[in-house]
Design a protein around this ligand. Structure first.
Ligand SMILES: NC(=O)c1ccc[n+]([C@@H]2O[C@H](COP(=O)([O-])OP(=O)(O)OC[C@H]3O[C@@H](n4cnc5c(N)ncnc54)[C@H](OP(=O)(O)O)[C@@H]3O)[C@@H](O)[C@H]2O)c1
Length: 214
Protein backbone atom coordinates (compact mmCIF):
# COMPACT_ATOMS: atom_id res chain seq x y z
CA UNK A 1 0.00 0.00 0.00
CA UNK A 2 1.32 3.42 -0.96
CA UNK A 3 0.26 6.78 0.35
CA UNK A 4 -0.93 8.75 -2.68
CA UNK A 5 -1.91 12.41 -2.65
CA UNK A 6 -3.85 13.72 -5.62
CA UNK A 7 -3.90 17.48 -6.14
CA UNK A 8 -7.21 18.39 -7.77
CA UNK A 9 -10.51 16.59 -7.26
CA UNK A 10 -12.03 17.24 -10.66
CA UNK A 11 -12.74 14.68 -13.38
CA UNK A 12 -9.17 13.37 -13.50
CA UNK A 13 -8.39 13.53 -9.79
CA UNK A 14 -11.62 11.94 -8.59
CA UNK A 15 -11.42 9.22 -11.23
CA UNK A 16 -7.84 8.27 -10.32
CA UNK A 17 -8.62 8.45 -6.61
CA UNK A 18 -11.47 5.98 -6.88
CA UNK A 19 -9.50 3.32 -8.75
CA UNK A 20 -6.27 3.70 -6.77
CA UNK A 21 -8.24 3.44 -3.55
CA UNK A 22 -9.97 0.27 -4.72
CA UNK A 23 -6.51 -1.09 -5.61
CA UNK A 24 -5.60 -0.76 -1.94
CA UNK A 25 -3.67 2.52 -1.77
CA UNK A 26 -4.18 5.12 0.90
CA UNK A 27 -5.51 8.08 -1.10
CA UNK A 28 -5.92 11.70 -0.11
CA UNK A 29 -7.55 14.20 -2.45
CA UNK A 30 -6.04 17.65 -2.18
CA UNK A 31 -8.73 20.28 -2.60
CA UNK A 32 -8.96 23.99 -2.05
CA UNK A 33 -11.90 23.67 0.38
CA UNK A 34 -11.65 20.38 2.32
CA UNK A 35 -14.78 21.27 4.30
CA UNK A 36 -16.92 21.43 1.16
CA UNK A 37 -18.72 18.11 1.42
CA UNK A 38 -20.99 19.15 -1.45
CA UNK A 39 -18.07 18.94 -3.89
CA UNK A 40 -18.57 16.40 -6.72
CA UNK A 41 -15.76 14.18 -5.46
CA UNK A 42 -17.01 14.09 -1.89
CA UNK A 43 -19.04 10.92 -2.26
CA UNK A 44 -16.82 8.82 -4.53
CA UNK A 45 -15.49 6.44 -1.84
CA UNK A 46 -15.75 6.67 1.93
CA UNK A 47 -12.15 5.60 2.49
CA UNK A 48 -10.71 8.53 0.50
CA UNK A 49 -9.52 11.38 2.70
CA UNK A 50 -9.75 15.07 1.84
CA UNK A 51 -7.21 17.69 2.83
CA UNK A 52 -5.88 21.00 1.62
CA UNK A 53 -3.32 20.71 -1.14
CA UNK A 54 -0.28 21.56 1.03
CA UNK A 55 -1.18 18.92 3.61
CA UNK A 56 -1.86 16.44 0.83
CA UNK A 57 1.58 16.98 -0.71
CA UNK A 58 3.29 16.82 2.68
CA UNK A 59 1.73 13.57 3.87
CA UNK A 60 1.87 11.52 0.64
CA UNK A 61 4.74 9.42 -0.72
CA UNK A 62 3.53 9.91 -4.28
CA UNK A 63 1.83 13.11 -5.44
CA UNK A 64 -0.27 13.27 -8.59
CA UNK A 65 -0.88 16.67 -10.18
CA UNK A 66 -4.43 16.77 -11.57
CA UNK A 67 -4.90 20.54 -11.43
CA UNK A 68 -5.01 22.97 -14.37
CA UNK A 69 -1.69 22.78 -16.18
CA UNK A 70 -1.44 26.45 -17.11
CA UNK A 71 -1.08 27.42 -13.43
CA UNK A 72 0.60 24.24 -12.16
CA UNK A 73 4.19 25.50 -12.24
CA UNK A 74 3.62 28.33 -9.75
CA UNK A 75 1.37 26.16 -7.61
CA UNK A 76 3.79 23.23 -7.36
CA UNK A 77 6.86 25.40 -6.88
CA UNK A 78 4.95 26.84 -3.94
CA UNK A 79 4.88 23.29 -2.54
CA UNK A 80 8.63 22.77 -3.07
CA UNK A 81 9.31 21.83 0.55
CA UNK A 82 6.40 19.41 0.74
CA UNK A 83 7.38 17.80 -2.58
CA UNK A 84 11.06 17.41 -1.72
CA UNK A 85 12.12 13.75 -1.92
CA UNK A 86 8.77 12.76 -3.43
CA UNK A 87 7.69 11.27 -6.70
CA UNK A 88 5.49 13.74 -8.62
CA UNK A 89 3.29 12.24 -11.32
CA UNK A 90 2.14 14.99 -13.65
CA UNK A 91 -0.94 14.15 -15.71
CA UNK A 92 -1.87 17.75 -16.50
CA UNK A 93 -1.90 19.61 -19.79
CA UNK A 94 -0.60 23.16 -19.86
CA UNK A 95 -2.66 24.85 -22.54
CA UNK A 96 -4.25 28.12 -23.45
CA UNK A 97 -7.87 27.42 -24.18
CA UNK A 98 -10.03 28.71 -26.98
CA UNK A 99 -13.45 30.34 -26.47
CA UNK A 100 -15.19 26.95 -26.30
CA UNK A 101 -12.95 25.90 -23.39
CA UNK A 102 -10.93 23.38 -25.38
CA UNK A 103 -7.12 23.42 -25.67
CA UNK A 104 -5.94 25.83 -28.34
CA UNK A 105 -2.21 26.25 -27.83
CA UNK A 106 0.65 25.13 -25.60
CA UNK A 107 1.83 27.25 -22.67
CA UNK A 108 5.42 26.03 -23.14
CA UNK A 109 6.15 25.53 -26.85
CA UNK A 110 9.67 24.21 -27.35
CA UNK A 111 9.61 22.86 -23.82
CA UNK A 112 7.00 21.32 -21.53
CA UNK A 113 5.42 21.75 -18.13
CA UNK A 114 7.10 18.52 -17.00
CA UNK A 115 10.55 19.86 -17.88
CA UNK A 116 9.81 23.16 -16.14
CA UNK A 117 8.65 21.27 -13.05
CA UNK A 118 11.71 19.03 -12.98
CA UNK A 119 14.04 22.03 -13.37
CA UNK A 120 12.26 23.98 -10.65
CA UNK A 121 11.99 21.01 -8.29
CA UNK A 122 15.40 19.27 -8.45
CA UNK A 123 14.72 17.31 -5.24
CA UNK A 124 11.52 15.86 -6.68
CA UNK A 125 11.38 13.07 -9.25
CA UNK A 126 8.90 14.08 -11.95
CA UNK A 127 7.20 11.54 -14.21
CA UNK A 128 4.81 12.60 -16.96
CA UNK A 129 2.08 10.19 -17.98
CA UNK A 130 -1.62 9.73 -18.83
CA UNK A 131 -2.10 13.22 -20.30
CA UNK A 132 -2.75 11.86 -23.81
CA UNK A 133 -6.26 10.47 -23.27
CA UNK A 134 -9.66 11.40 -21.94
CA UNK A 135 -9.89 10.93 -18.20
CA UNK A 136 -12.12 7.85 -18.27
CA UNK A 137 -9.49 5.92 -20.26
CA UNK A 138 -6.91 6.47 -17.50
CA UNK A 139 -8.71 4.01 -15.25
CA UNK A 140 -10.37 1.77 -17.85
CA UNK A 141 -7.87 1.32 -20.70
CA UNK A 142 -9.32 -2.11 -21.57
CA UNK A 143 -12.61 -0.54 -22.67
CA UNK A 144 -11.25 0.91 -25.92
CA UNK A 145 -11.52 -1.16 -29.11
CA UNK A 146 -7.82 -0.57 -29.80
CA UNK A 147 -5.36 -0.86 -26.88
CA UNK A 148 -4.35 2.65 -25.79
CA UNK A 149 -0.84 3.78 -24.91
CA UNK A 150 0.35 5.28 -21.63
CA UNK A 151 3.58 7.17 -22.32
CA UNK A 152 6.18 7.69 -19.61
CA UNK A 153 8.71 10.55 -19.47
CA UNK A 154 11.11 11.01 -16.60
CA UNK A 155 14.78 11.09 -15.68
CA UNK A 156 14.60 8.62 -12.79
CA UNK A 157 14.34 4.94 -13.74
CA UNK A 158 13.09 3.85 -10.31
CA UNK A 159 10.39 6.50 -10.33
CA UNK A 160 9.17 5.27 -13.71
CA UNK A 161 9.12 1.68 -12.43
CA UNK A 162 6.96 2.82 -9.53
CA UNK A 163 4.61 4.64 -11.91
CA UNK A 164 4.48 1.55 -14.12
CA UNK A 165 3.22 -0.45 -11.11
CA UNK A 166 0.62 2.22 -10.40
CA UNK A 167 -0.51 2.06 -14.02
CA UNK A 168 -0.90 -1.69 -13.57
CA UNK A 169 -3.18 -1.00 -10.61
CA UNK A 170 -5.23 1.24 -12.93
CA UNK A 171 -5.63 -1.61 -15.43
CA UNK A 172 -2.76 -0.96 -17.81
CA UNK A 173 -1.04 -4.01 -19.31
CA UNK A 174 2.78 -3.81 -19.65
CA UNK A 175 2.59 -3.84 -23.46
CA UNK A 176 0.46 -0.69 -23.41
CA UNK A 177 3.06 1.33 -21.52
CA UNK A 178 5.71 3.14 -23.57
CA UNK A 179 8.72 4.58 -21.75
CA UNK A 180 9.89 7.33 -24.10
CA UNK A 181 12.95 8.28 -22.04
CA UNK A 182 13.96 11.34 -20.07
CA UNK A 183 11.79 14.22 -18.98
CA UNK A 184 12.46 16.16 -22.21
CA UNK A 185 10.36 13.59 -24.08
CA UNK A 186 7.33 15.05 -22.31
CA UNK A 187 7.34 17.92 -24.80
CA UNK A 188 6.21 15.38 -27.40
CA UNK A 189 3.36 13.94 -25.34
CA UNK A 190 2.31 17.35 -24.05
CA UNK A 191 2.06 18.53 -27.67
CA UNK A 192 -0.30 15.62 -28.41
CA UNK A 193 -3.02 17.53 -26.57
CA UNK A 194 -3.36 19.76 -29.63
CA UNK A 195 -5.20 16.94 -31.41
CA UNK A 196 -7.84 16.75 -28.65
CA UNK A 197 -10.14 19.66 -29.60
CA UNK A 198 -10.33 18.50 -33.20
CA UNK A 199 -11.23 14.94 -32.22
CA UNK A 200 -13.85 16.14 -29.74
CA UNK A 201 -15.43 18.53 -32.26
CA UNK A 202 -15.66 15.76 -34.86
CA UNK A 203 -16.68 12.83 -32.66
CA UNK A 204 -18.11 14.35 -29.51
CA UNK A 205 -17.12 13.61 -25.95
CA UNK A 206 -16.33 9.91 -26.12
CA UNK A 207 -13.32 8.04 -24.74
CA UNK A 208 -10.15 8.05 -26.82
CA UNK A 209 -6.37 7.98 -26.41
CA UNK A 210 -3.43 8.85 -28.65
CA UNK A 211 -2.03 5.36 -29.18
CA UNK A 212 1.14 3.97 -30.72
CA UNK A 213 0.35 1.37 -33.36
CA UNK A 214 3.12 -1.04 -34.33
N1 LIG B 1 -10.36 15.90 -18.44
C1 LIG B 1 -9.58 15.10 -19.16
O1 LIG B 1 -10.06 14.21 -19.88
C2 LIG B 1 -8.08 15.23 -19.06
C3 LIG B 1 -7.27 14.32 -19.74
C4 LIG B 1 -5.89 14.41 -19.64
C5 LIG B 1 -5.33 15.41 -18.85
N2 LIG B 1 -6.14 16.30 -18.22
C6 LIG B 1 -5.51 17.34 -17.39
O2 LIG B 1 -5.73 17.00 -16.02
C7 LIG B 1 -5.89 18.21 -15.25
C8 LIG B 1 -7.24 18.16 -14.53
O3 LIG B 1 -8.26 18.08 -15.52
P1 LIG B 1 -9.79 17.90 -15.09
O4 LIG B 1 -10.52 17.60 -16.34
O5 LIG B 1 -9.87 16.99 -13.93
O6 LIG B 1 -10.14 19.38 -14.61
P2 LIG B 1 -11.32 19.81 -13.66
O7 LIG B 1 -12.41 18.81 -13.70
O8 LIG B 1 -11.59 21.22 -14.01
O9 LIG B 1 -10.65 19.74 -12.21
C9 LIG B 1 -9.56 20.56 -11.89
C10 LIG B 1 -9.28 20.46 -10.40
O10 LIG B 1 -8.21 21.36 -10.10
C11 LIG B 1 -8.61 22.22 -9.04
N3 LIG B 1 -8.13 23.58 -9.28
C12 LIG B 1 -8.54 24.44 -10.23
N4 LIG B 1 -7.85 25.59 -10.12
C13 LIG B 1 -7.01 25.44 -9.08
C14 LIG B 1 -6.08 26.29 -8.46
N5 LIG B 1 -5.85 27.52 -8.90
N6 LIG B 1 -5.39 25.81 -7.41
C15 LIG B 1 -5.60 24.59 -6.96
N7 LIG B 1 -6.51 23.73 -7.48
C16 LIG B 1 -7.19 24.17 -8.54
C17 LIG B 1 -10.09 22.23 -9.04
O11 LIG B 1 -10.48 22.48 -7.72
P3 LIG B 1 -11.84 23.16 -7.32
O12 LIG B 1 -12.81 22.03 -7.27
O13 LIG B 1 -11.56 23.76 -5.99
O14 LIG B 1 -12.17 24.18 -8.38
C18 LIG B 1 -10.45 20.83 -9.51
O15 LIG B 1 -10.47 19.95 -8.42
C19 LIG B 1 -5.76 19.36 -16.23
O16 LIG B 1 -4.43 19.81 -16.23
C20 LIG B 1 -6.08 18.73 -17.58
O17 LIG B 1 -5.44 19.38 -18.65
C21 LIG B 1 -7.49 16.25 -18.30
Amino acid sequence: MTSIGILGAGRVGANLAGKLSVAGHRVTLGVRNPEDTAAPAAGIAPQIAFADQRTTARTADIVINATPGDSSLDRLVGLRTELSGKLLVDVSNATRDTDDGLPGDLCYPGSSLAEKLQAALPDTRVVKTLNTMLFMVMTAPETLAVPPTAYLSGDDRNAKETVTRLLGDLGWQPGWIEDLGGITTARATEAMVLVVPHVLRRHGFRPFAVSLAS
